[in-house]
Design a binder for this molecule. Sequence first.
Ligand code: CP
Ligand code: NVA
Length: 298
Amino acid sequence: MAAPDLRSDLDLTLDELQQLLQLAADVKRAPGRFSTALQGQALSLLFEKPSLRTRLTFELAIQQLGGYAVTSIGMIGDREPLKDMARNLDRWTQGIVARVFAQSTIEGLAEWSRVPVINALSDLYHPCQALADVQTIQERFGRFEGLKLAYVGDGNNVAHSLMLTAGRLGMHVAVATPTGYEPNAAIVAQARAHGAAITVTNAAAEAAKGAAAVYTDVWASMGQEAEAEERKRIFAPYQVNSALMAHAAPDAIFLHCLPAKRDQEVTDSVMESSQSAIFDQAENRLHAQKALLLMLLK
Ligand code: CP
Ligand code: NVA
């Protein structure tokens, strides 16, 4: 039988997603109960791009579950074919966590290795982030049904994973982007095919209207640095500021995966406001990923 992977959000069924959220809450409440769950297991962490949160929370999660992590930084497949690399890693370690440029690298690792492969961000998805995001929303509101999540900014990997994960859990996901920066149409269709209510618009205020959570991410993702200046001009009307937050529900929270460019995609004052849940969200990366590891490596 093939190892379970998290190549994209859709590798977890809705049932599994709900179980994972329960487990993440249990792990957060009583971490000591799980301190030997991965005893004797090693994981390979591969990074083609920088990371603070993802790398440190995976390393800590694995250690706190009793396992150990080895980290390698550099392009995957440059020195040797992906299929060789995958079949080295699965001889030494019981799982592979990879942050990559191309989603096809994740797919290749999953195809060739006999151990679970976890997508720690690609050009298309950031499923581990979305798990922490929905954990944070659940903690604040206790439900998903009937709640709107407004994502304002670039229709990128983070937006895609939110549509697939928060959308499947029952949130109405409204994505507002400049023309030409909409989310990938095939992923929007995929989310809708799984029953998610997705709105795609170019109007930030319309997306934010009545939202329980307003979410943004950088306007230029890793690898798009050359476009940063042009994007600053194009995305300016999509800044999350107090005027935009005023369209959301009175008890709305502000979310950002981080790292943020303060006073670009979001003002410093929204980041520091009482509505901001960004550090709870970052903390939950640790708990949600522990739950993910427990489910995939059990
Ligand atoms: N949110 C997130 O993935 O952060 P890092 O890029 O620091 O891992
Ligand atoms: N969209 C961003 C997310 C970083 C966590 C990027 O891909 O760089």
